[in-house]
Design a protein around this ligand. Structure first.
Ligand code: WAQ
Ligand code: MG
Ligand code: MG
Ligand code: MG
Length: 259
């Protein structure tokens, strides 16, 4: 196979992230040499046209991938979660409530879900994810407001387009990136579940993902205009957290789908 390259982009407003600027947008892709320019243009546009605002700092980094690549299947079950409408009810159940019920089914204790809710409502411009112990709710990473950014991941070739056609899903880049991230994160045995809702004020669909339940997409997980959101990984705290974080940040993963 051709030599592969990882491209990552981060954009901020009010100075660089290191100077305390607000994170606007990030992105990561894996590509072969001949597509570097095209992928860099995609990341440039992603950072420049973000709904959170105009960045005044951006970095696009290219690195070759020396390590061997791990191939991972997308999560098996893809679902648009049906809203529970009780007879006589005139309103649909809030997306947030659906997310918590899914986490309970996966086996996350109620107090840990409550802790996750607190965390999500605390952050609005995180770059990475918050890692918490799935049994105690204790935070496991020491990255503060930065979080742990999963990198070196992408779909292989046009496998995403094939997947999207098969499942009648619009082949947009947001879904492409979310599915790849959920597949990489949940492929690791230390991940018990993932909760995601966007910090973008105009994007109100989130998801709960796990090996057990797949990718459960939840509409109206938050109200339009709300800038709060982040990702939370519910982790088996018995596992080696340093090697887990190393997998998330550094292990190159390509998502393949046979169809
Ligand atoms: N690694 C770790 N955490 C990340 C990463 C990453 N590579 N990218 C984003 N996050 C965290 C970070 O805290 C962000 O603030 C938060 O997730 C939300 O990121 O319709 O667009 O890019 O099926 O705003 C999911 C639903 C969309 C897709 C999620 O999130 C669908 C989204 P955003
Ligand atoms: Mg982003
Ligand atoms: Mg993103
Ligand atoms: Mg965002």
């Amino acid at each position: 196979m051709d030599k592969l390259y990882n491209l990552r982009m981060r954009a901020a407003q009010g100075g660089s992230h290191e100077q305390g600027g607000t994170h606007i947008s990030g992105g990561e892709r894996i590509t072969c040499f001949s597509n570097i320019q095209q992928v860099a243009m995609y990341l440039l546009e992603k950072g420049l046209t973000h709904c959170k605002g105009r960045p005044d700092f951006m970095q696009i980094q290219l690195e070759s991938i020396p390590e061997s690549v791990t191939y991972v299947q997308p999560l098996e079950r893809w679902a648009n979660v049906e809203r529970f409408v009780k007879e006589g009810d005139t309103f649909l159940k809030e997306g947030k409530t659906v997310a918590f019920q899914l986490l309970e089914i996966i086996g996350i204790p109620k107090k840990v879900i409550d802790r996750a809710v607190e965390i999500v409502s605390q952050y609005s411009s995180m770059r990475g994810a918050v890692l918490i112990d799935a049994h105690s709710g204790k935070r496991l990473d020491d990255r503060g407001e930065k979080g742990v950014r999963v990198s070196r991941l992408d779909w292989l070739g046009n496998d995403f387009e094939k997947w999207a056609r098969y499942y009648h899903v619009s082949a947009n880049s947001r879904i492409r990136e979310a599915l790849a991230l959920a597949a990489k994160v949940n492929n690791h045995p230390a991940t018990i579940a993932e909760l995601c809702w966007s910090d973008d004020p105009d994007y109100t669909t989130g998801y709960v993902a796990s090996r057990k339940m797949g990718y459960q997409r939840i509409e109206n997980i938050k109200t339009y205009g709300d800038e709060r959101g982040c990702r939370i990984f519910f982790v088996d705290g018995q596992k080696d957290i340093r090697s887990y974080i190393n997998y998330l940040e550094n292990q190159p993963v390509l998502i393949t789908w046979e169809g």
